[in-house]
Design a protein around this ligand. Sequence first.
Ligand SMILES: Cc1cc2nc3c(=O)[nH]c(=O)nc-3n(C[C@H](O)[C@H](O)[C@H](O)COP(=O)(O)OP(=O)(O)OC[C@H]3O[C@@H](n4cnc5c(N)ncnc54)[C@H](O)[C@@H]3O)c2cc1C
Ligand code: SF4
Length: 305
Amino acid sequence: MLPLPPFALESPDQLDDLLALAAAPGSRLLAGGTDLVPSLKHRLFEPRTLVALAGVGELHGVVESDGWLGIGAGETLRSVRRHPVVREQLPALAQACGTVATSTIQAMATLGGNLMLDTRCAFYNQPQGWRDSIGGCLKAAGSVCHVARTGTGCYAAHSADTVPVLWLMGAEVELASATSRRRVPVQDLYDGLDGRRWLRTEPGEVVLRVWVPLRSEAIAYRKVRRRGAIDYGALLVGVRREGLGAVAVIGAVGPAPMEVRVPAAAELPDRAWEAVKPLNTHVVATSWRRHMVRVSVRRALESLS
Ligand SMILES: Cc1cc2nc3c(=O)[nH]c(=O)nc-3n(C[C@H](O)[C@H](O)[C@H](O)COP(=O)(O)OP(=O)(O)OC[C@H]3O[C@@H](n4cnc5c(N)ncnc54)[C@H](O)[C@@H]3O)c2cc1C
Ligand code: SF4
């Protein structure tokens, strides 16, 4: 059993208090804790204060407004998956929520936590002793990247299941801090350049709500993983047709999902295969993951026919 490091816990029930606490140096937000707590146990970081989100009402509930569905960031993946409007009108989102980990983890894990998930790498998501034995890496207490040894960047991958689907749906994210409020397209949250700095959010910003347009464009979602549950994706593939063309959003292959758009749908599997070059950040063989890009995109496209 790995012990937790020491930290103070704050549990605000007012949004203003939450935003003030989120802005304090050394604080970290705690939603369901399903990603954060294992990371703390692995000593990937040691925040001074955890700020629990659960008590703040503005992060909960699902509302409909002007053709959009507003899902509170604190809603669990299980409640999102089971919501009648999501099931009927946004089935790919329900499907993506249902592929995360296990049903018990989905009952704790939140949508906001999924969007803000840390990037992952086989050389980083390990207990401290394991990491120390290889001298750490650029993302945690080391001076070399074990994926690209001569490089100075980090290629850890964003592997959140809901993101490719929300991206293709045209979802927007409502963010708040002590000094600002804004709403941005979900793809603008991510920066694909470096796995250490994968979010384009400002310090102290909290995801309040995810807004999804209620329009009826079919989206296919496929997840490649070693086993049917308790496993992050080795590849996450969302596909939508656009007239004669098609667009794919592919996750778990870098610090941000990648978008590939083609004017003729039949070209999509090959164009995606050319564009997406996974690196050795996952325990699954890189050559097989790349092969599966073409296969998964083709299968997703066929399922939309
Ligand atoms: C065994 C196991 C398997 C898993 N498999 C998968 C998988 O297949 N696919 C997948 O996508 N995930 C997987 N996960 C990770 C995790 O369960 C989900 O990503 C989950 O949605 C994270 O949400 P959370 O509420 O638990 O976030 P937390 O762990 O509480 O937080 C995650 C991060 O998001 C930040 N954060 C949380 N909420 C907000 C907010 N509202 N605003 C700003 N920042 C916020 C936190 O500060 C933290 O940095 C797995 C986890 C485990 C333990
Ligand atoms: S890609 Fe390199 S620097 Fe980034 S987490 Fe993996 S080993 Fe570390």
